[in-house]
Design a protein around this ligand. Sequence first.
Ligand code: DC
Length: 213
Amino acid sequence: MIVALDGPAAAGKGTLAKRLALHFDFAFLDTGLLYRATARHLADAGGDRADAAAATAAARRVAASDLDDPRLRREEIAQLASAVAAVPGVRAALLAFQRDFAAAPPDGKRGAVLDGRDIGTVVCPDAAAKIFVTASIEERARRRLKELRESGVETIYGTVLQDMQDRDARDSRRQTAPLRPADDAFVLDTTDLDADAAFAAARDYVAGKLAAT
Ligand code: DC
């Protein structure tokens, strides 16, 4: 059983994906970390964000052990990840890792939750459950601002909103695997939902799909 969870930045995907994985005892993969790890390899190698060959080489170096690095959470890595994610060679290089994880979830789990931008459309188009988590850009910027301030980062709402708009535009307008809901996705708008209400709606949807398989 594969649960594909897609949506824009700061819509609440990560929290929701982790809770669903815990609830159903499924494995969990945050696929954004693969793009972030690619960005980090590229930055470490002094590569230019416009150099598609260097970005593809960086993606080929990504290993599971790279994904725990706390530096991947930084905003500059998020922006660079969004840039390298538009390179078709990068997406192709990261596809096998994601599909292998979904086909054979670690620790003998009988299912997997993958969160990202193109899981329901490209990585796992046959996933039994597909959720597209979204929220208004203002609400997402407010949530991200709170998160950043809690982690000690000094910033202002306008900057966070602008970064979010830039990233949304790049993620949705790219040619390869742009961010969009799969035709058969359950669209969950969390603008006016707290984390518990969003989880309850997603849990009920997945439980219904599980019962039907
Ligand atoms: O989910 P995140 O913020 O960690 O993702 C970082 C960037 O990686 C995001 O801006 C777009 C890209 N990404 C992607 O293109 N496809 C995915 N499945 C996951 C992330």
